[in-house]
Design a protein around this ligand. Sequence first.
Ligand code: T3D
Length: 271
Amino acid sequence: MSAQPVPAEPAAAAPAALLTSVTGGVLTMTLNRPHVLNAITPELLDSLGDALRSAGADDAIRAVVITGSGRGFCSGQDLRYAAQSGNLDVQTILRDHYAPAIRLMRTLEKPIIAAVNGVAAGAGFSLALAADFRIAAESATFVQAFVRIGLIPDMGSTYFLPRLIGMARATELAMLGDMVPASRALDLGLVNAVVPDGRLAGEAAELAARLARGPRSIGLIKRALEPSLTNELEAQLEVEATVQGEATTTADFFEGVGAFLGKRTAQFTGR
Ligand code: T3D
């Protein structure tokens, strides 16, 4: 009797590079490639983009948290993947995968919190900069790693960094590529808060829950602030008139005024 072939164990499915969960109106997206400190692949960015697009279309989601699994937040472009894939058309990769993710983060009219749990390097640093809030764990570090491998900052770093910390310091971080500990990131104004490592997830969830209970105008504030650093005063006053006009049509505005007059706590719905 001939030996029967032993069926191969079904290959374990590769873990998803992006994990998502929704609790109490907060979408949490966890970069999940911990063996490479959550280095970025085009597919990971596309998943992030899909999740952001869904969040934009879902009224039930009112705030977003981005964090990393394992000991890193995000180590930037996956350098091994880039070399192995043989796709060195970086301009196309940036235009087709990096830029859309950043565009979606900035146009999503819902607050995004980067909960930086570990190193944020290269495009991982940029990803954190594109969020509306950054909370860092005490052990987190930030490094504009691009220059270390002969590149320039991308994925929005040349835009966000000077706006957040000024040109002199942005130039220093970008040209020297030194590791910035969380405490210095706080001094520079790169992050909103630094918290003990064990409290990062809780603090981010608490802030996200607070924002998720807020009115629709939180998203409109994001829209109005977006052009303010490039607009002249006249143009920005016009932005305010237009966006405030929209705010006054929201149910949350009526609720806010009604609650004030009725001496009660407003119950906002995000609409
Ligand atoms: O190419 C394009 O598409 C252009 C776009 C570029 C955008 C960019 O983001 S360029 C910048 C890319 N990122 C970097 O240059 C950072 C590279 N990583 C590091 O410098 C260090 O890993 C860190 C400073 C981030 C952390 O250091 P450390 O000592 O805590 O960890 P480690 O031992 O270096 O890394 C742990 C593992 O992750 C290690 O793998 P191993 O040896 O255990 O198998 C390491 O190779 C891997 N890893 C870390 N970063 C990356 C990575 N693998 C692939 N790509 C990475 N970016």
